[in-house]
Design a protein around this ligand. Sequence first.
Ligand SMILES: *Cc1c(COP(=O)(O)O)cnc(C)c1O
Length: 372
Amino acid sequence: MTIYESLGLKKVINASGKMTALGASAVKKEVAEYMAQAAQEYVEIDSLIDKAGEIISSYTQAEDACVTLGAAAGIAISVAACITKGNMKLAEQLPNSEGMQNEIIIQKGHSVNFGAPIVQMVSLGGGRPIEVGQANKTESFHIEGAINEKTAALLFIKSHHTVQKGMVSFQAMADIAHRHNLPLIVDAAAEEDIKKYYQQGADLVIYSGGKAIGGPTSGFICGKRELISWCKKQYKGIGRAMKASKESIMGLLKAIELYVNEDNHAIALENKQKMEKLAQNLADLKNINVSIKQDEAGREIYRAEIKIDEKAAKITAYEIIEKLKCGNPSIYVRDHYANLGIISIDPRNLKEKDDEIIADRLHEILEGITNA
Ligand SMILES: *Cc1c(COP(=O)(O)O)cnc(C)c1O
């Protein structure tokens, strides 16, 4: 029985990938043990924050880092830092930033919802979001045309949620920012590469600890030393409402250490085998066709893609997804292509035997219909 089942909550099998709504990542045992120890002791939090920054920087190769409650908090804190520039009197006035240099420029196609609106996190940090261009087309002149004496920073969102075509590239944004002596903030919440954006010219880069890194609910901002010191100051202001706990900071540190030393290739192949086994277990089912597909963004993730012949099966992919979700355990799959009759199984968060439970449940659902 899981600890959540002891409260009467349903057990969840997560075949959907990293989903904040399901608790993002289930941490490794070593991470959990590190967190449990950390939670039982006292520490000077300011010193812990500084030390965590040093350790994280050894992995990101940026000058310094500031731990956060998550990537969303990272956006608010980065924005607050760029607006108040280390001035505590201004930091205490936030999120009211009247009279301050408070405009944050973002491309319209980057103004997305990741579970909450990006621009709301900008406002939380005292920023005035200035959305430029059109939803499907933004050009350099839109960005440059919006820069004025009230501009505090440019914000670039690197995510599958954003419009992927017709946007100003990261490199072009970095060039514009530096030509105008403005900081470029990058939200790279779910990205796997924790060095690239800083190396290629971002001033502050935001990551979620609970996504690619597989840590607890946490995050960090890495970047230029002075900007990071301004980020840390926000913990005496708006950051207090989004503080990172000592145990989650420690969990994040352990999770990054494991993450950078992981053999991703070996893990991907092991997961691929698990999906091949699932495909075999489903081979006897009529009206579906299972194949192994690599991630559409080219990452080394292999998923089982189940194509349903909806007419012959007398059930749609959406209906199957709903039935999987409503059962106990509750099974969450990827539904990105459900409109095409496709259900996708992501192996990354599956535990031992979860693939067998999924196969059994699909048999029940699909055979139940033919036998009805
Ligand atoms: C998930 C996500 C966030 C929020 O991350 P949290 O760590 O959950 O706060 C912010 N931006 C993007 C692009 C995301 O995908």
